[in-house]
Design a binder for this molecule. Structure first.
Ligand code: ZN
Length: 388
């Protein structure tokens, strides 16, 4: 069978997702069978036999964005705000990969051990088998409950579960029990995250810095609260006293987001910063949430836009051990093509974002296949790429 060859030519700028070299040289990107092959100057490559040819028209290419914190339920529907097609809308915000922090909005969510394991395995499967609008959804993230034993984590891992939902959303509210379960999860290769801050909705509880540190999850879920943030001294303490991912979410406190960013920068640990929306939740779904976080952290947080984009793709890729979100040979050909929004100030895309403006998304590509054209949600871009 002839292999699928994607050629994207006339790229204006390539963002890498890697904070060490956030901008790469080249005007051409080639992917074979959905994986990144080479990039550079198009005159050096054979671009003749492309199965898909995209003329980027001078816009910027970046790895697809990753939302590190969502709460999916089933397909492209969420009962949380009675919303259909929220994942498709999110794709139009440049997000090509979503990571579940627990399918907690499932009506009648089982809380007994057999039931919660069954739901986690089923969720992992239905999103593996069905990608809404092409978007990769990593789901099947059980919320730990009292009564779980080591063998339950082994069973979950053997069945394909790779994530825990936010610690603290279930009945386990003490650090000692949580740490034991997180350690079991880690032993079998399951990543963990935790609900940090005040209660999100009636029925949930406070998780303070002491509990986060004692539990020792891989990611400090919404360190800026979801919505209610911890006091400043506790956020600084979390940044300073562990090496876990510092997840900043759209649904959280923006002042606490900037405190986290500034503390991570002082520690020279910006590589720990990753972004999520925490949607769908009480504040709804946020199709542009990740782009808004990038623009907010870049502008108010005084961060070059090319670095802020790394919070939304390369950093998350590394923290979450994904095969997407960074420009590297062999990684998935998941891209966004974007340009400065029409009438935005700044002389190019990066300047406009650093002035707090959203880019205009002109195309998304997942596994080397075009998944959307001009975004229906972002402001319109100055220039639009085209499939030839
Ligand atoms: Zn939470």
């Amino acid at each position: 069978m002839k292999s699928a060859k994607l050629v994207i030519k006339n790229i204006g700028m390539i963002l890498s997702g890697d904070m060490d070299t956030p901008v790469l040289d080249g005007n051409c990107m080639i992917a074979i069978d959905g994986k990144i092959s080479v990039w550079g100057d198009q005159k050096d490559f054979d671009t003749d036999d492309a199965t898909t040819l995209v003329d980027a028209k001078g816009v910027t290419l970046a790895p697809g964005l990753i939302d590190s914190h969502i709460h999916p339920v089933v397909g492209d529907y969420t009962p949380r705000q009675q919303q259909l097609h929220w994942i498709d809308s999110t794709l139009h915000g440049g997000v090509t990969t979503l990571i579940s922090a627990g399918e907690v909005h499932m009506p009648g969510r089982p809380k007994d051990v057999v039931g919660l394991k069954a739901m986690a395995i089923a969720s992992q499967r239905w999103y593996e088998n069905f990608r809404p609008s092409g978007v990769k959804v990593h789901a099947g993230a059980p919320v730990i409950e009292h009564g779980m034993e080591e063998n339950d984590f082994k069973e979950l891992a053997d069945a394909g579960v790779k994530l825990l939902g936010e610690v603290g959303l279930g009945t386990v509210k003490d650090g000692k029990t949580a740490k034991q379960m997180v350690d079991w999860a880690r032993k079998y290769g399951i990543q963990s995250t935790i609900h940090t801050g005040g209660p999100s909705i009636p029925g949930s509880g406070l998780i303070d810095a002491d509990m986060v540190i004692e539990t020792g999850t891989d990611v400090i879920g919404h360190i800026n609260g979801g919505h209610t943030a911890l006091p400043d001294d506790q956020i600084i303490c979390l940044c300073e006293s562990c090496a876990a991912g510092l997840e900043i979410v759209h649904n959280g406190n923006e002042r606490a987001a900037l405190l986290t960013l500034n503390t991570a920068r002082e520690l020279k640990q910006l590589d720990r910063v990753i972004l999520g929306t925490d949607g769908p939740a009480g504040s709804g779904v946020q199709p542009l949430g990740i782009l808004r976080m990038v623009a907010m952290l870049s502008s108010l947080g005084d961060t070059p836009a090319e670095i802020a984009f790394c919070f939304a793709n390369g950093n998350t890729s590394r923290q979450r051990e994904l095969d997407t979100g960074i420009i590297e040979a062999g990684k998935c050909a998941d891209f966004i093509l974007m340009d400065k929004a029409q009438h935005a100030p700044g002389k190019n895309l990066l300047e406009s974002v650093q002035l707090g403006n959203l880019p205009g998304i002109g195309m998304t590509i997942i596994d080397g296949a075009v998944t959307s054209l001009r975004s229906r949600n972002t402001p319109p871009a100055e220039r639009l790429p085209e499939v030839i």
